[in-house]
Write a protein of this length. Structure first.
Length: 271
């Protein structure tokens, strides 16, 4: 059974709760970490959100998300760059050590072209990341999203990219939902080593009713959460936060207090 000292919950996991509510509920339940989605910062100064976290003894462990690098014209390229700079500044302001990157993809472009835009886009941000002291955390997404959400789909691709652009300010967020199926997982996690700076847990439902919003709570599906956790810990030396990230219309429709209790139970038992 896990204690809660490394548990973080993404605000998107309990989507019906705004930031003040999530802070109060997480803190009362003894959850110390928050994966902060940017929408939850809207409507108040960043310093106020930071104070809200601090007042509850909570730590922003990641800011989610920026990325979306592939572009069809110069204006899109500039807009992506500007938004990524803004995300790094927001992360610094709320004390989050990393920004999670969903790299993007355009169905109009070939996969190699998408991946070139992504590599160049991330490389263009390294200076600013080092200046504000926030890491860029590349999250490979399951290949079912390779058309329009991310052309980066495996830890191996992330490793290849980091070989090119350096890994001092760029790392990898390993989300079990996206990597559990990968036959090269073990060798690529070993190769990644300290590059793995984020670990996200949830589960894969059978059948999956919706490609985006039908994730399961750990233990509800077929992912070996504990096995993958042991892999990132033993093969890569990962010892940081474990972030529960579940997008689920089914769970969002439930009473969120009961759901939070279930999240904590699932974390203790299945991670
Ligand atoms: Zn994730």
């Amino acid at each position: 059974m896990n204690d809660l000292s490394r548990l973080a919950i993404h605000t998107m996991t309990t989507k019906p709760w705004d930031l003040p509510t999530a802070c109060a509920k997480y803190a009362a339940a003894g959850v110390p970490g928050v994966g902060l989605w940017r929408q939850w910062l809207d409507g108040r100064p960043l310093a106020e959100s930071k104070k809200m976290l601090d007042d509850h003894g909570l730590k922003a462990v990641s800011l989610v998300r920026s990325g979306f690098y592939p572009y069809l014209n110069a204006a899109e390229k500039q807009a992506a760059f500007d938004d990524n700079i803004k995300a790094l500044d927001e992360a610094a302001a709320v004390g989050a050590p990393q920004v999670v990157l969903v790299c993007g993809a355009k169905p109009e472009l070939s996969l190699p072209e998408n991946r070139r835009h992504i590599t160049e886009g991330i490389a263009s941000l390294v200076d600013h990341a080092s200046k504000v002291g926030v890491k860029l955390s590349i999250e490979p997404l399951h290949p079912m999203y390779a058309d329009c959400r991310s052309a980066v789909n495996t830890i191996g691709q992330c490793n290849d990219m980091l070989d090119q652009i350096g890994d001092e300010w760029v790392g990898i967020a390993a989300d079990v939902y996206h990597i559990w199926w990968d036959p090269c997982l073990e060798q690529e996690v070993k190769r990644a080593g300290k590059r793995i700076i984020g670990f996200h847990v949830c589960d894969w439902m059978t059948p999956t009713a919706d490609m985006l919003n039908d994730r399961g709570l750990m233990g509800e599906g077929c992912i070996d959460n504990r096995g993958i956790r042991q892999l990132v810990e033993t093969a890569a030396g990962f010892a940081d936060w474990i972030e529960v990230e579940v997008f689920s219309a089914r769970h969002w429709a439930r009473d969120q207090d009961t759901y939070l209790a279930d999240i904590i139970e699932a974390y203790k038992k299945h991670v």
